[in-house]
Ligand binder design. Structure first.
Ligand SMILES: Nc1ncnc2c1ncn2[C@@H]1O[C@H](COP(=O)(O)OP(=O)(O)OP(=O)(O)O)[C@@H](O)[C@H]1O
Ligand SMILES: [Mg+2]
Length: 432
């Protein structure tokens, strides 16, 4: 009896030496059909993961409104970031509709990403903006610190580790991580160091910039799987496509304004008795100079042109003035004054700052030149003694901080519970 020939039940191809079949209870399936089925199933998974991420699609105005609750001022940077994140969502939506209709109709335009570079003095809210964004975006978000990175093969983190962290946040789902947002902090620290121009390799500076190029641009990067779901090859790495990952970089770039200034106002050569000497008052403000930053200035600072080119959107942050610092002290959801008031409230003590005291704290912070970062240490110094004494005092109900206390010329007033109408003041040393 002639042996019955085997055919694939899906495509009908006949079995041969080069077309092996897998047998089922009712029929057969060929290798090509198995692969096709696997692709279809994985595209279902991908679509499901993409759909999961876009349940909420906040508008730029809504994103900014949330940032406003935590970050004072910086309207330009907030607007730029809100738009960047919103466009990221739109690209995601576009991509998943492509997955739906398998790339037909009006969806064959490929939308590229616009990475953002935040530039602003220390303590003006760059890291705060990024960590606040992390709270509100519906896609995986991770913050990486450029100072810990080194070129591959040297002691330190390889740039691929950024993707490992993103994968962790995405619960190991690669297609989710591929739509994540990465914030790279302190990028000014990987500027090329001038001393290393000759001979030695700049493995933590220019080397890192070069290693980041590939990641930021969009490529297939092999990432150690570490017990995660592995790819088809069964190797211990997984491949992450970074084409759709949005990168936001931030740095203080101290001294960048000098390069901008040189470009904007070339120094006048003042020689002779009648030469015009430039007036230092004509100098544009730090804010104006940061706003005028051009890629060329960043190049002079020590970033390589290829790196700058991959961050087409520059977002300047403004230095915080006295009013802004007072707002930082009192307004955000977890403002410093609120934090210390809460600490005192645990001992059932009210903590009060007079308006003058707040102005004085803000002015001191400006003198320190560390932006809002200086506020906490000033507060600590001012309140240190009181925080030491008050818990052991039974009947104190209020502490009042005045400008004199901040200046170090007076003491914090302690008001006792039972004598509220007629405050009996105890003297306690405070301030610096
Ligand atoms: N615009 C702001 N609004 C509210 N708080 C702020 C603002 N800027 C800074 N702060 C406060 O100062 C602290 C330091 O700010 P942040 O870490 O964002 O500084 P940075 O800009 O990243 O500085 P650096 O360049 O030194 O890293 C924050 O924890 C926050 O409490
Ligand atoms: Mg920072």
């Amino acid at each position: 009896m002639a042996k019955e020939s085997k055919h694939c039940s899906f495509c009908g191809i006949a079995a041969s030496a080069s077309v092996p079949m897998i047998a089922g209870t009712e029929g057969y399936i060929c290798e090509a059909c198995v692969q096709l089925a696997s692709q279809v199933v994985s595209s279902w998974g991908k679509k499901k993961e993409l759909n999961e991420m876009q349940t909420t699609l906040p508008k730029p105005l809504e994103i900014k409104a949330i940032l406003d609750q935590y970050v004072i001022g910086q309207n330009l940077a907030k607007e730029i970031l809100s738009v960047a994140v919103y466009n990221h969502y739109k690209r995601l939506k576009h991509e998943s509709s492509k997955a739906d209709g398998l790339g037909e109709a009006d969806t064959n335009v490929e939308i590229g990403k616009s990475n953002v570079l935040l530039i602003g003095p220390s303590g003006t809210g760059k890291t705060l903006l990024a960590s606040t964004l992390a709270k509100i975006v519906g896609v995986p978000f991770t913050v990486a610190d450029a100072t810990t990175l080194t070129q591959a093969g040297y002691v330190g983190d390889d740039v691929e580790n950024i993707l490992v962290r993103l994968l962790d946040v995405a619960d190991g789902q690669i297609s989710k991580a591929e739509w994540g947002i990465v914030y790279i902090d302190e990028v000014d620290k990987i500027a090329r160091s001038p001393e290393q121009a000759f001979g030695t390799r700049d493995v933590s500076g220019e080397g890192v910039q070069q290693a980041l190029l590939r990641l930021v641009e969009g490529s297939h990067v092999k990432v150690p799987a570490k017990g995660r779901r592995k790819d088809h090859s069964g190797s211990d790495t997984v491949t992450v496509d970074t084409r759709n990952i949005l990168f936001i970089a931030g740095g203080a770039f101290p001294g960048l304004e000098k390069h901008v200034e040189k470009r904007l106002m070339p120094p006048k050569t003042a020689i002779g008795f009648h030469a015009e000497v430039s007036n230092p008052d004509d100098k544009p403000s730090l804010e104006a100079m940061l706003n005028a930053t051009q890629p060329d200035d960043l190049k002079r600072f020590g970033l390589i042109p290829e790196f700058i080119g991959r961050f087409p959107v520059l977002a300047p942050l403004e230095p915080l003035d006295v009013d802004a610092l007072i707002q930082v002290l009192t307004e955000p959801k977890n403002a410093l004054v609120k934090q210390y008031q809460q600490l005192f409230a645990f001992d059932e003590v009210e903590l009060e700052f007079t308006q003058d005291a707040l102005v004085e704290i803000a002015e001191k912070a400006i003198a320190r030149n560390t932006g809002a970062r200086g506020l906490r240490s000033i507060m600590e110094t001012v309140l240190r003694r009181t925080m030491f004494d008050v818990p052991s005092k039974e009947n104190v109900s209020r502490c009042i901080v005045t400008a004199e206390v901040v200046k170090g010329e007076g003491e914090i007033q302690l008001v006792e519970c039972d004598t509220r109408e007629e405050p009996k003041l105890q003297r306690l040393s405070g301030g610096e």
